[in-house]
Design a protein around this ligand. Structure first.
Ligand code: ADP
Ligand code: F6P
Length: 324
């Protein structure tokens, strides 16, 4: 028989992402609508291990749907990777009456959620990361806002790059994932898009391409690169030295992680937060909420974590043709 949940805990973990607040709000209000108590766990698994746990009501999530970041704070927590840490976390949940838990974060956070589920706490993962690098879902909370923020910043850099007839090396976030770079590269009409998953580290090829493009009368040369491909400053210096084209590197940085979420991030994050609570209320555990083929769905956590994701090959090949 499905276990009945009385108190739902919610935490955000890993890198923050715009829309996490909308998800928290949806968790709290859906849980309350189902007659459950809600507890907010601050600073992810770190806060759980320190018992930084607060009661939440409908008012505690008022005025947050439009705010970036996470009102519950977030953290990375080494202790949660250990068996002792996981045992302690499960015991703390039980002590506070938390029998259902919604974990908003990335793959790493889902690993922690899975461990807690095995220790008797029903858990559901909600994908929250600007990187879009969770295999079981075509949408992750924060990606839409992050790419729009980066796109606007790159538009501005492009203006000055054109005026000065320069090359610009523009680094966007994504240590292990090139989705932000690929999307912005396409949206901003970059001459080169360098993504972690495909980069061959052949700088001479880039340099030859810049020289070729200049001959055709191109006034600027925009390179959008994912953070994971290497050092943008060094690449810019090399380009300037080898091509004679003035080159500047810009690291867009954490601006991509903040700001008011887009409509899509607010609505999808709200739907996913609500769905996570619905699953808990149905007695489910060890599930990850996702979005695929136009539908909000859920997967077994092991199945979700075993899935592999790669860039859309058609989009990647197309981006090369469009940047000619
Ligand atoms: P993300 O959730 O965005 O992938 P991390 O990989 O940094 O971010 O993971 C967030 C947190 O999840 C970690 O700091 C740790 O507390 C927890 N975590 C990560 N991997 C594991 C694991 N294998 N077992 C238990 N907890 C984990
Ligand atoms: O996972 C989200 C992300 O923003 C990555 O794109 C980036 O590599 C990393 O987090 C940066 O983490 P930190 O907040 O530790 O600088």
């Amino acid at each position: 028989m499905a276990k009945e949940i009385n108190t739902i805990g919610v935490l955000t973990s890993g890198g923050d992402a715009p829309g996490m607040n909308a998800a928290i709000r949806a968790v709290v209000r859906t849980a309350l609508a189902n007659g459950k108590k809600v507890k907010g766990i601050r600073r992810g698994y770190s806060g759980l291990l320190e018992e930084d746990i607060i009661d939440m009501d409908a008012v505690s999530v008022a005025d947050i749907i439009d705010r970036g970041g996470t009102i519950l704070y977030t953290a990375r927590c080494a202790e949660m990777r250990t068996e002792e840490g996981q045992q302690k976390a499960a015991e703390i949940c039980k002590k506070h009456g938390i029998d259902g838990l919604v974990v908003i974060g990335g793959d790493g956070s889902f690993q922690g959620a899975k461990k807690l589920a095995h220790l008797g706490i029903n858990t559901i993962g909600v994908p929250g990361t600007i990187d879009l690098d969770i295999a079981c879902t075509e949408y992750t909370i924060g990606f839409d806002t992050a790419v729009n923020t980066a796109m606007e910043a790159i538009d501005k850099i492009r203006d000055t790059s054109t005026s000065h007839e320069r090359c610009s090396v523009i680094e966007v976030m994504g240590r292990n994932a090139g989705y932000i770079a690929l999307w912005c590269g396409i949206a901003n009409g970059a001459e080169q898009i360098l993504v972690t998953e495909r980069y061959d580290h052949n700088e001479n090829k880039i340099i030859d391409n810049i020289i070729e493009k200049r001959k055709t009368g191109k006034k600027h040369y925009i390179i959008v690169n994912a953070e994971g491909i290497g050092n943008s400053e060094i690449l810019a210096k090399k380009i300037e030295a080898e091509t004679g084209m003035e080159t500047r590197a810009t690291i867009i940085g954490h601006i991509q992680r903040g700001g008011s979420p887009t409509c899509k991030d607010r609505v999808y994050a709200s739907t996913m937060g609500a769905k996570a609570v619905d699953l808990l209320c149905q007695g489910k555990s060890m599930r990850v909420v996702g979005y695929k083929n136009g539908e909000f769905i859920d997967y077994d956590i092991d199945e979700a974590l075993a899935m592999k994701k790669d860039l859309d090959e058609y989009m990647y090949e197309m981006s090369k043709k469009l940047s000619r």
